[in-house]
Design a protein around this ligand. Structure first.
Ligand SMILES: CC(C)(COP(=O)(O)OP(=O)(O)OC[C@H]1O[C@@H](n2cnc3c(N)ncnc32)[C@H](O)[C@@H]1OP(=O)(O)O)[C@@H](O)C(=O)NCCC(=O)NCCS
Length: 333
C-alpha cells in the first residue's frame, strides 16, 4: 500500500553571525573617489561589515553554526555532515569546514568545503538535499561564510564598495511526512566559459605564487561589472522560472523571494521581469553589501526572525555568482 509518506528535507533551524566592525559609505568616501550617493543609487548598499584581525571565515561560521544548532534544538554530536560554502577559506587546506567541525565539537560529522562563490549556499543546499532524501543522513549543517574584505582591492572603487563579511547557516533535517513540505527542489547551473566575469586570477595550482603576481593584484577580485550585471539578471530570471515550472507552481504562489544580495538594481530587475511585487521580496543589502555565499542564509535567518515567513508559505531562493554559477531552491515552510 502506498501511504504517500516520503523522506523530505526540512529546514530545522537558522543562524547568522556578522563581524561587529561597520564600514559605511561615508568611511569609503575618505579613501576613494566615490560618494555615498553613487553607491546607494547604483547598488542600494549603505554599509557593510568587516572582519577583525582575529576573525576568519571559520570563526564566523562557528558562531552562525552554533545559532543554527540551537534554533534546530539539536546537539553538535547529532550532526552527520557539515558543508561550508566559501570562496575565502581560512587557508588553502585543511578545509575550513574541518575548523568549523572542531569549533562546534561536532565529532560525528564529516566536513568539507565547496566553492561556488556567491552561489555556494544554494549549491551546498543541493548537495545536502541529496544526502537527506536518499536517507543517508539525518542532520546536515550548511554554512555560507566569507571574509571578502581580505580579497577585495581597497583601491578599486568599482569592486570594494560591493562586498562585506559575514556568515549564515541552516540545519537541514530528514523528515518522513506525507505532505509536500520543506525543501521542494533545488536547481543549479554553471557556465565556465564566463569565468572571466568575476575572478581572483592568482594561481595556486596553476602557477607558483610570486611577489610579482601579488604586486599585480592577482590575489584580489577582478570584475566586469556591466557584463556580470546583465548575466546575473538573465540567469536569475531563468532559474526562478525553472524551479516554479518543475513544481508546477506559478509566481502568484510565492510568499517570499530571498534573492542573493549582490546589487539592489539586479534584484529589482529580476523581480520586475518575473512580475513579483515589492512586498514579497526580502532585501537587507543596505546593511551588509554582498556577503557572497553568506548572503542567502543571513537573509533567510533575518526573514524568519522577523516573522516574514509563515508556516506553509512558499519561499524562493535565487542566486548567481562567479563561475558563472547560478541556482534556485523552492521551500514550503
Ligand atoms: C559594479 C556596478 C555597481 C557598477 O555600476 P554601473 O552602473 O554598471 O557603472 P559602470 O561600471 O558603467 O561605471 C559608470 C561610471 O562610474 C564609475 N564608478 C565605478 N565605481 C564607482 C564608485 N564606487 N564611485 C563613483 N564612481 C564609480 C566608473 O568608473 C564609470 O565612470 P566613467 O563613466 O567615467 O568611466 C554594477 O555594474 C554592478 O553592480 N554589477 C554587478 C556586480 C555584482 O553584483 N557582482 C557580484 C555578482 S554575484
Amino acid at each position: 500500500m502506498n501511504t504517500g509518506i516520503k523522506i523530505r528535507a526540512e529546514i530545522a533551524g537558522t543562524g547568522m553571525f556578522l563581524p561587529r566592525k561597520v564600514l559605511t559609505n561615508a568611511d569609503l568616501e575618505k579613501t576613494l573617489d566615490t560618494s555615498d550617493e553613487w553607491i546607494r543609487t547604483r547598488t542600494g548598499i549603505c554599509e557593510r561589515r568587516i572582519a577583525d584581525e582575529d576573525e576568519s571565515s571559520s570563526t564566523l561560521a562557528i558562531q552562525a553554526g552554533k545559532m543554527a544548532l540551537e534554533s534546530a534544538k539539536i546537539l553538535p554530536n547529532e550532526l552527520d555532515l557539515i558543508i561550508v560554502c566559501t570562496s575565502t577559506p581560512d587557508i588553502l587546506f585543511p578545509a575550513t569546514a574541518c575548523f568549523v567541525q572542531n569549533g562546534l565539537d561536532a565529532i560525528n560529522a564529516a566536513a568539507y568545503d565547496i566553492s561556488a562563490v556567491c552561489s555556494g549556499f544554494v549549491f551546498g543546499l543541493s548537495i545536502a538535499e541529496q544526502y537527506i532524501k536518499s536517507g543517508k543522513y539525518r542532520y546536515v549543517l550548511i554554512v555560507g561564510s566569507e571574509t571578502n574584505s581580505r580579497i577585495v582591492d581597497w583601491s578599486d572603487r568599482s569592486t570594494c564598495i560591493l562586498f562585506g563579511d559575514g556568515a549564515g547557516a541552516i540545519v537541514l533535517k530528514k523528515n518522513e511526512i506525507n505532505e509536500p513540505r520543506g525543501l521542494l527542489s533545488t536547481h543549479i547551473h554553471s557556465d565556465g566559459s564566463k569565468s572571466d566575469l568575476i575572478i581572483v586570477p592568482g594561481g595556486i595550482g596553476k602557477k607558483n605564487i610570486s611577489h610579482e603576481a601579488i604586486d599585480r593584484k592577482e590575489y584580489f577580485i577582478h570584475m566586469s561589472g556591466n557584463s556580470t550585471f546583465k548575466a546575473a539578471v538573465k540567469r536569475m530570471v531563468e532559474v526562478s522560472k525553472e524551479a516554479l515550472d518543475f513544481n508546477e507552481l506559478s509566481v502568484e504562489d510565492i510568499g517570499l523571494v530571498i534573492p542573493h544580495q549582490a546589487n539592489r538594481r539586479i534584484i529589482d530587475a529580476v523581480t520586475e521581469k518575473l512580475g513579483i511585487p515589492q512586498e514579497k521580496i526580502f532585501i537587507n543589502i543596505e546593511k551588509y553589501g554582498n556577503t557572497s555565499s553568506a548572503s542567502i542564509p543571513i537573509a533567510l535567518h533575518e526573514a524568519s526572525q522577523a516573522s516574514l515567513i509563515k508556516p506553509g508559505s512558499l519561499i524562493l531562493l535565487v542566486v548567481v555568482g562567479a563561475g558563472l554559477t547560478w541556482g534556485a531552491a523552492l521551500i514550503r515552510w
